[in-house]
Design a protein around this ligand. Structure first.
Ligand code: OSB
Ligand code: MG
Length: 368
């Protein structure tokens, strides 16, 4: 396969409701879309990155620059053996996984279209329906949070994740548990705590959380080992895992018992699939995380979630939870059982609405 042109677009989309985590509140999403035109077919990818470096070091602007100045030149005149080989062609670029992953994902979609197969089958996925959960941000009040949980459980979502931060943690979880004694519940701290907060995590053991996601430093595997040793509740790592090596280190040292997989954070489908396999061989379940994606990124998350070891409900949920109108056709919907039926069409299986994308585009660059 040869890459003829790469088209970058920044589309601005406002979330239906602001989303707050321990690192900040976001309302306007600056989404970076990648359209890859190859000699065989066109594919779409999304760079799943924030507009500020508060979740990870990358931003919409750094990703744009890295793709234009480094990723494109490395792929431009190269014979690309397969989408699975793209990651290895870019190893000279250290870090910038989200930038690399967005381009790699677009090439996977292109390759699947060229072969007229659904992307999920091309990746080796087996599930025709994926289990879904939701991630609920920090709210202004506890009643507001309880209302949000009631709404999502009524819609059928199979597990609830709530964001926590100092001052909005055990006290809030206690009230959630009181109102919803039986739901599958977990918390995500986005690195807001330290090892010295052990008493707080001990206190939360009585809420029977499925897991605690990324309680400590975003790049600190060692402290998570210390914490997990002293907790029965499984720790799930998100921010810490950006490569096979990090996943292996975290598993072998006992830093976590579950891994949140994100396409961008690990640098694309091939890396995600490898880490998925590595976890599978060691009895570590994975689930697919979310980055407030548009339909394009969401479609890639759905395809990835069909791999066998994605055995826990992920953060991949319906388009209408985020957007008044998505940029794909049809939009992503969930069943009453809280699942997404995986599309059967070629590639990502949803069509990009190019008219709407063009309208929302504030910046565009054609490479090639
Ligand atoms: O930590 O999983 C996270 C959103 C942005 C950045 C980081 C995270 C999240 C979410 C939202 O939890 C998941 C989603 O609904 O897309
Ligand atoms: Mg997280």
């Amino acid at each position: 396969m040869r890459l003829r042109r790469l088209i970058l677009r920044e589309v601005r989309m406002t979330l239906l409701e602001p989303f707050e985590t321990s690192f900040g509140r976001s309302s306007l999403r600056r989404i970076l879309l990648v359209e890859a035109e190859t000699d065989a077919a066109t594919g779409w990818g999304e760079v799943t990155v924030g507009s500020n470096p508060f979740y990870s070091p990358e931003t919409t602007d750094t990703a744009w620059l890295i793709i234009r100045d480094f990723v494109w030149p490395m792929l431009q005149d190269a014979e690309i053996a397969s989408a699975a080989a793209v990651g290895a062609m870019l190893t000279r670029i250290r870090g910038h996984n989200m930038a690399k992953g967005g381009v790699e994902a677009a090439l996977w979609d292109a390759e699947a279209h060229a072969k007229s197969v659904p992307l999920w089958k091309h990746l080796g996925g087996t599930r025709e329906e994926i289990p879904c959960g939701v991630s609920i941000g920090i709210k202004d009040s506890v009643p507001e949070l309880l209302d949000a949980i009631a709404k999502e459980t009524a819609a059928g979502y199979q597990r609830i994740k709530i964001k926590i931060k100092p001052g909005w943690d055990a006290n809030v979880v206690a009230q959630v548990r009181e109102k919803f004694p039986r739901i599958r519940l977990m918390v995500d701290a986005n690195s807001a705590y330290q090892l010295s907060d052990l008493p707080l995590f001990r206190e939360m053991e009585r809420f029977f959380l499925m897991m605690i996601e990324q309680p400590l430093g975003w790049d600190d595997i060692y402290s998570h080992v210390q914490l997990q040793k002293q907790l029965d509740t499984p720790i799930c790592l998100d921010e810490c895992i950006h490569s096979d090596e990090h996943a292996l280190a975290a598993i072998e040292t006992g830093a976590c018992k579950i891994i949140n997989m994100k396409l961008g954070r690990v640098g694309g489908h091939a890396a995600a699939r490898r880490i998925h396999g590595l976890c599978q061989s060691r009895g570590i379940p994975v689930w697919c995380g979310g980055m407030l994606e548009s339909g394009i990124g969401r479609a890639h998350n759905i395809a990835l979630s069909t791999l066998a070891n994605f055995s826990l409900p992920g953060d991949v949920s319906a388009s209408r939870r985020y957007w008044s109108e998505d940029i794909i056709e049809p939009e992503v919907e969930i069943t009453k059982q809280g699942t997404i039926r995986v599309p059967t069409g070629p590639g990502i299986g949803y069509s990009p609405r190019t008219d709407r994308i063009e309208k929302l585009t504030v910046r565009k660059e054609v490479l090639g």
